[in-house]
Design a protein around this ligand. Structure first.
Ligand code: PLP
Length: 370
């Protein structure tokens, strides 16, 4: 065993910790929930556990959390209206990996397909399309961040000789806009497109819509073929993680048996975090459906309060339906120095994650007006 840390290293860690504590108070622009306590899981940090392989098939590396991971997938299958018998998925390293899985699956099912994604789609998708070398076309967005359905229809019509692989946004990064999955399916049916695949990027709103009384369509019952949801966003996690969900039947297309690890290779990484499934599972055990419902209701109330506060002060802030993302004109640079806010061209946003209070919104609005 190694000895205690040198004093200088301890001092650096303490300084870093203090800076994190300070920053957490001003973190309003990025959708990461800071409100969690996973200290029950601390003893697991002493083990080199590894979830290599397909969580539904087991592996030679038996110090894993595959059983817990399967429960996480089952929980998400319920939230996303995916039949348990058909459900397959795994805990990813975050939204990008989930999107990569969806696109990879789309490509394996339809190698000649064209990918359609909107201007407001997360930047990971453009990067992944380069990595996967898939033919793709960007579709215009509407002002509120939703895909422009007319442009989507016309572009698919012109390219109807190739299968359509669509990335639908279930909550865009900047404006929290939700693409209408029924309209997307109607477009495909109206054009008589035989081969199609819809991947839903539900990084943040995948954990909002299942908990609101009047959600936009967001699940497999609305024609989704795969879906990526983030774990470190609304659930909250000290390490980036997420969930990818798809239909079990598709996975056979990419599975390869690997003798060395005694596992079916169906995931993008080899070694995978055994802690991430524990974190997500812990969150659901602790808070349950009702707990998340309460959290989401609270977030949307603070978002509405923020919009009102801005509007009352004459600032044209707004938000999409069922969204915790408050969009407002890009403020002065001093505001960015104090608050961690995400800017994009002439707008900025605040996402009212559970640690964002009405008092914080008041202070932010006052700072924007100064
Ligand atoms: C809509 C959307 N998709 C995907 C991602 C990528 O997630 P990650 O940073 O976990 O890879 C994000 C991150 O902000 C996002 O907002």
């Amino acid at each position: 065993m190694s000895g205690p840390l040198p004093k200088s290293a301890s001092a650096r860690l303490n300084a870093l910790l203090s800076s994190f504590k300070e920053m957490a108070k001003r973190q309003v622009g990025y959708p990461v929930n800071q409100d969690f306590d996973y200290s029950d899981l601390l003893p697991f940090l002493q083990y080199s556990a590894n979830n290599v392989g397909d969580p539904f098939q087991g592996s030679n590396f038996r110090m894993n959390t595959h059983e817990i991971e399967r429960e996480v997938i089952s929980t998400f299958a319920d939230l996303m209206h995916l039949d348990q018998e058909q459900a397959w998925g795994y805990v990813t390293s975050g939204g990008t990996e989930g999107n990569m899985y969806g696109l990879y699956m789309g490509r394996e099912l339809f190698p000649t397909g064209t990918v359609y994604f909107s201007q407001d789609t997360h930047y990971s998708v453009v990067k992944l399309l380069r990595v996967l070398n898939m033919r793709n076309i960007m579709i215009k967005s509407q002002e509120n961040g939703e895909v422009d359905y007319e442009d989507l229809r016309e572009t698919i019509r012109v390219n109807r000789d190739t299968p359509a692989i669509i990335v639908a946004n279930i909550g865009t990064t900047m404006k929290g806009a939700v693409d209408d999955l029924y309209r997307i399916r109607d477009i495909l049916e109206g054009l008589d497109v035989q081969d199609s695949y819809v991947h839903a990027d539900a990084a943040l709103s995948g954990m909002i819509l299942p908990f609101v009384p009047d959600p936009q369509p967001h699940g497999f019952d609305a024609g989704v073929n795969s879906m990526a949801v983030s774990g470190h966003k609304l659930i909250g996690s000290p390490l980036p993680c997420g969930v990818v969900l798809t239909n079990k039947d598709y996975v056979a297309r990419i599975a390869r048996s690997i003798e060395y690890v005694g596992a079916l290779d169906t995931t993008i990484p080899g070694s995978r975090s055994a802690l991430a499934p524990l974190i997500i599972w812990h969150a659901f055990q602790e808070r349950g459906h009702e707990g998340f419902q309460e959290t989401v209701v609270g977030m949307l109330e603070v978002a509405e309060y923020g919009v009102r506060r801005f509007n009352d002060a004459g600032v044209p802030a707004w938000r999409n339906r069922n969204s915790a993302t408050v969009v407002f004109p890009r403020p002065k640079p001093e505001v960015f120095r104090k608050w961690q806010i995400a800017p994009f061209e002439d707008i900025a946003h605040v996402i009212t994650m559970p640690h964002v209070t009405r008092d914080m919104m008041d202070e932010l609005v006052d700072d924007c007006l100064r």
